[in-house]
Design a protein around this ligand. Structure first.
Ligand code: 5AD
Ligand code: SF4
Length: 441
């Protein structure tokens, strides 16, 4: 596009931010923007920020500082901050970094083109509202460009759970589900554009309760309807809360072939005392029983999770309960974090665990989780799996993709293209990926 303006978006944090950045790029495309390959040749830079853990806001300020020389050299360059730090800090960002032109919270992305027009005229623009209109109605009027084989699709946003450590209920707001008919239309559109695997996103995705043509649909109902779409081969969803793991969703894991055998089900701690202080509203035992029921429905399901160590009040005994829970679940994949106080959350007022002790516990937990992940991955060697290829690998002639269980798989197969779903025999297990050979169909 001759004379098109260029937009550079840097995305931090979760998959929903990745999805949001794509939607913002499309919305700005309608305003004449094309993607810039680096901040240096951009007319607008947008930081899509994350506020979930440590020093997020500080990182944003230091990143902004790095753009100062760019802005000095190119006064027309516009700089914006989006995402959860934008929501949480609002005007403070413009006060601390006067070179920021625009601040936009996650619920106002559909207003970005209008805000861009305002900043082009030299004004500043700030929007951290929770508007009543459906932002997706505006954001999804996109060009029918071809896509890669995998895509995210936001179906639910926000959270009403108020875990004592978490900013999400404040930055993303109350739980809202998108209507099922709109989700289905977006999924069909993605499939027409080449997508074969869709990951449904929501901060509390299994609490999904969107309007369907015949009343309110659960996530399981939505998944079953999506599974009817020809050309869509794989469905995943993330992130789930144990208390919303309904019977119909568990059943879907057993009988819906397109629903992949992978479940991200964070528990955060294995100590009932800490779970209570975290306001998680479930016990360790209830979580373990739930995992048993899910495995009864789908025996080979790979369970992944999130853990926080060093939550205020955590003793060595509480931490040992977490280790015991991990031993009994056997996770295929996990994320674990040292607790960091988030301003405005209830736990931020409480006394911290000694930081060295917290680091030591995190190291012990991560050693166990890494060992489990490796054992489960190693056990794939010799098995035959389906791989959806996504891109060329690092070596010549190599292709890379993901198995049903979300393991990264590399295969020397120059004849394979991105988007091919092939049968592969696993021959090797490396620290973070598997290697295999194509099996003739
Ligand atoms: N400190 C550390 N980890 C946190 N998480 C959320 N809030 C905090 C916090 N204040 C972790 C949880 C959550 C994941 C997305 O991030 O484990 O599941
Ligand atoms: Fe945060 Fe998840 Fe708890 Fe909601 S359920 S408050 S998103 S940790």
């Amino acid at each position: 596009m001759a004379g098109a303006k260029k937009l550079f978006i840097k995305t931090y944090g979760c998959q929903m931010n990745v999805y949001d950045s794509e939607r913002m790029a499309e919305a700005m495309g309608a305003s004449g923007y094309v993607e810039a390959s680096s901040p240096d040749d951009a007319d607008m830079i947008l930081l899509n920020t994350c506020h979930i853990r440590e020093k997020a806001a500080e990182k944003v300020y230091s990143e902004l500082g790095r753009f100062k020389p760019l802005k000095a050299a190119k006064p027309d360059l516009k700089i914006g901050v989006a995402g959860c730090v934008a929501q949480a800090e609002g005007e403070e960002i413009m006060r601390r970094q006067p070179m920021v032109d625009l601040v936009v919270g996650p619920q106002s992305y559909h207003r970005l083109p209008a805000m861009e027009a305002r900043v082009r005229s030299g004004a500043k623009a700030l929007d951290t509202d929770f508007p009543a209109e459906d932002k997706f109605d505006v954001l999804n009027t996109r060009p029918k460009a071809r896509r890669g084989p995998t895509a995210f699709l936001t179906v639910q946003e926000g959270c009403d759970k108020f875990c004592a450590f978490c900013v999400v209920p404040y930055t993303r707001g109350a739980e809202v589900s998108r209507p099922a008919t709109k989700v289905l239309a977006e999924a069909r559109d993605l499939v027409e554009r080449g997508v074969r695997e869709i990951t449904l996103l929501g901060q509390n995705v299994n609490a999904y309760h969107g309007d369907g043509p015949d009343g309110v649909w659960s996530l399981a109902r939505l998944i079953r309807a999506l599974a009817e779409i020809d050309g869509l081969d794989r469905i995943r969803f993330t992130t789930s809360h144990p208390n919303d793991m309904s019977d119909d969703l568990i059943a879907a894991h057993g009988d819906c072939e397109k629903l992949m055998p992978y479940l991200h089900l964070p528990v955060q701690s294995g100590s009932d005392r800490i779970l209570k202080l975290m306001n998680r509203k479930h016990t360790a035992e209830a979580y373990l029983r739930l995992i048993e029921r899910i495995r009864a429905a789908r025996p080979d399901i790979l369970i992944s999770g999130d853990f926080i160590v060093g939550f205020p009040g955590e003793t060595e005994a509480d931490f040992n309960d977490t280790m015991a829970l991990v031993e009994s679940v056997r996770y295929g994949q996990c994320y674990s974090f040292k607790y960091s106080p988030r301003p405005g959350t209830p736990a931020a007022e409480r006394d911290l665990v000694d930081p060295e002790q917290a680091s030591d516990r995190l190291a012990r937990l991560q050693a166990l989780l890494t060992q489990q992940q490796r054992e489960i991955q190693d056990a794939m060697v010799g098995r035959t799996v389906k791989v959806l290829f996504e891109r060329a690998g690092r070596l010549p002639g190599q292709m890379a993709g993901k198995s049903d269980h979300l393991h990264a798989v590399h295969v020397a197969a120059p004849e394979v293209s991105a988007g091919d779903l092939c049968t592969v025999r696993i021959t090797e297990s490396a620290p973070n990926s598997l290697a295999g050979q194509l099996v003739a169909a």
